[in-house]
Design a protein around this ligand. Structure first.
Ligand code: ADP
Length: 392
């Protein structure tokens, strides 16, 4: 299939789109419809000349937004639609062609991702309406981690909670970890390496990838487990919920809200969840900002050290996501916290590898790579591959 793939990432009030051509020399069209359902709904994006546009879509719902997106594709006709779906449970170990049965399975998994899967389904329903003739493919954030062995995915909880309720570790950001580890294989010249990947954006997670397969990852049943994130706490004592309920009388809803939206870099610093702002505040002497960066980096290093147990051999570490791609300071602090790995940073290469550049930043020891993630490219590639297999 030579036609471009339209990649859709649908939230409850937003649709992110990218029209991904099958060759990298053609420009990608991309944009975001946001505040859907409200009077100030709008569509923002970039055209093929690289010019940005903003279009008011007052009161638009998902279907109306998709119709507006269609008019922004500059006459280019997608050959398929690839949907980013957050949770595929244990059923989906790879991408799947969307039909009624797949929709029902995504619905059945909604209890595990109550904020995301229903919104993703809204996107599928609207897309099936607007692009009725096109094949649609679901690409799951959890699928790449379905190769985790039981020792990595089971919690030490009563077996019935796993068997009857699916309570286990699933992991997320799978598309990103899959993309950057495959890219590290290609760039390093190692046929199939042992990589620790660190996706550091607003959400953050690490993964251990061996011979192209995820062997362990830092996120669990939900995307709250693991690293310190923009506004999410990451790991806390599992006794915290009971403590807050008993001692402070907090409701479950309040605890959930604080751990998901009021913690992480924002909670620690008391300032912001934005790493750029934290770096300048710390430089200006803000103690909370400095502490937030310190805890953030230490916890990444600690997670990477723990995940190294999942690899028979460590070939290197890959940094990606907005922070991983753009913050030499964070990379340096993480690497400095791992002297026992034998990591040696090339300071000049570290400083100059930012702004979407791919590059190697070590001076010996395990390889250290900065690889800008490309989740949309990977979703398009998986969509293409699945449809080609279907026609083989
Ligand atoms: P999302 O997970 O929402 O896709 P991104 O991957 O875009 O988020 O990452 C957002 C994070 O990247 C923010 O904390 C932002 O401050 C950080 N970031 C972006 N550019 C820089 C930079 N030059 N230096 C430090 N942090 C940066």
């Amino acid at each position: 299939m030579n036609a471009p793939v339209l990649v859709i990432n649908c939230g409850s009030s937003s649709i992110k789109y990218a029209l991904v051509p099958d060759t990298p020399d053609q420009p990608r069209l991309a944009g975001l419809a946001e505040r859907l359902g409200s009077s100030d709904a709008r569509l923002k994006g970039t055209d093929s000349q690289g010019e940005t546009y903003t279009q008011a879509l007052s009161g638009a719902d998902h279907t109306a937004a998709l119709e507006a997106i269609l008019t922004r594709l500059e006459g280019r006709r997608p050959g398929a639609v690839g949907h980013r779906i957050v949770h595929g449970g244990e059923r989906f170990t790879r991408a799947a062609r969307i039909d009624d049965d797949v929709v029902a399975a995504i619905e059945a998994t909604a209890a595990l991702a109550p904020l995301h899967n229903p919104a993703n389904l809204q996107g599928i329903a609207a897309t099936r309406q607007v692009f009725a003739a096109l094949p649609q493919v679901a690409v799951f954030d959890t699928a790449f981690h379905q190769t985790l062995p039981p020792r990595a995915y089971r919690y030490a909880l009563p077996e019935a909670l796993y068997r009857d309720h699916g309570i286990r570790r699933y992991g997320f950001h799978g598309t990103s970890h899959a993309y950057v580890s495959a890219r590290a294989d290609a760039l390093s010249g190692l046929d199939s390496g042992g990589w620790l990947t660190a996706h550091l954006g607003n959400g953050c997670s690490t993964a251990a990838v061996w011979e192209g397969q995820s062997r362990d990852t830092s996120m669990g049943l939900t995307p709250l487990e693991g690293l310190v994130m923009g506004t999410r706490s990451g790991d806390v004592d599992p006794g915290l919920h009971a403590h807050l309920a008993r001692q402070l009388g907090w409701s479950l809803a309040r605890i959930d809200e604080v751990l998901n939206r009021g913690s992480g870099l924002l909670g620690l610093s008391g300032l912001t969840n934005d790493m750029r702002e934290l770096e300048s505040a710390a430089k200006a002497g803000h103690a909370g900002a400095e502490l937030a960066i310190e805890v953030f980096c230490y916890r990444i290093a600690k997670s990477l050290a723990a995940l190294s147990c999942a690899l028979p051999r460590l070939d290197g570490i890959v940094f990606t996501g907005g922070i991983g791609e753009n913050s030499p300071q964070v990379r340096q602090r993480v690497v400095e916290a791992l002297p026992h790995f034998g990591c040696r940073l090339d300071a000049a290469a570290n400083r100059s590898t930012t702004l979407g550049r791919e590059g190697r930043i070590d001076a010996g020891g395990p390889q250290l790579w900065v690889i800008p993630t490309d989740e949309e490219g990977r979703i398009a590639a998986e969509t293409r591959q699945l449809l080609q297999e279907g026609h083989a």
